[in-house]
Each structure stands twice: as structure tokens, then as C-alpha cells.
Write a protein that binds this ligand. Sequence first.
Ligand code: MN
Length: 202
Amino acid sequence: MEYKRIKLPFKYDYLEPYMDKRTVQLHYENHHGGYERNLLTKIKDVGFERRYPTLEDLMRNYQKIDNPEIRIAVREFGGGLINHNFLWTILKPKVQLKDGNLKSAIEKEWGSFDKFKDEFTREVKNLFGSGWVWLVKRKNGSLKIIKTFNQDNPWFLKFTPIMAIDLWEHSYYLKYNSDRMGYLDNYWNTINWDQAEEYYNS
Ligand code: MN
């Protein structure tokens, strides 16, 4: 079964003080784990693995699923599963964006890293309710910032995700309460730009 959670690539306190240990633990075990358990329960008799061998394949094709109940389960729980699998890979404290293809693409699109940050921040401010803001790559290599609601994601839209922020309250409320922008301010210190560069080059 390919549809599963990745092993968390770090200890729960790895992102302190920007993201607290308890939040990371609950986020991984309860929320991410819940998406995984619910998805597997809902699709256990469907036999998707032969048609869609990976979770990414399943996401790219979810709209083709005929049964509406299963389709919704794949969209919500499958989306939650893949989004968090991605999330944990792009978190690492204090990594700077270095010279490289990703930095060049950001400067080409926005003029400077700071202007990119401004637009990303605006999108975070403008996201009402639960969802994500993503930096994604189009097929031609150019970059774009997108918002997705709930657990919708770039795979649905055939974009390649480069980095993202989870804006569900469960990802920040224990430490930041309703201060979503405070969470974002500190989030910049936890993005693994080396991994983002790898995603950009893949
Ligand atoms: Mn989450």
C-alpha cells in the first residue's frame, strides 16, 4: 500500500522555537494520522493501487472517481495525507535560499525575494478559513503562488509544489492562538530552501 504517511523526518522539537513540539506532535500523530486512517478505511475495498500506484497518481486523477462518497474521501483525506507528506519534507530551521535555479526563477517572476515574500504574505492574509498557500512550478518552469481550500492541493491542478504553509488552525493555534501572521513571520525561519530547490529542479 503506497498510500501512507511518511515517517516524520525529525524529532517533534526540531522546529522550536518557531513551531512548538506539542503542535508538531499533535499535527503529525492526530491530524496527519487521521487523514491516513480515514482514507484507508474509506478505500480499502476499491483497489485503487493497481490503477493509481502512487498517492500522487491518485490525486491527479481523483476527479475521475465515479462514486461520489469515495471521491470526496480521496479529495479530503487523500489530500490531507499528501499535503502533510509534502509539508514535513520542506521544514528545517534556518536555511537560507542560496543562489540557484529557484532563486533565479523567483527573481524573474517577482523581481526580488522580498517582493515574492510580500505577495506570499498577501495571499496568506487573504485566505479565509482553512487551507494552504503554495509556491508552485508550472510545466514551463515559471513560478506561481496559489491558495487552496481545505485539503485541495497542487497535484489536483497538475502543478509541482515547491513550498507551502498549512493555514489550518491546528498547525499554529496552540502557540500563536489567532495570530496567523505571527505564525507566518516565524514560518520563514523553518523553510528548507535546499529541499525547495531540489523540488524546483526535479
Ligand atoms: Mn495540517
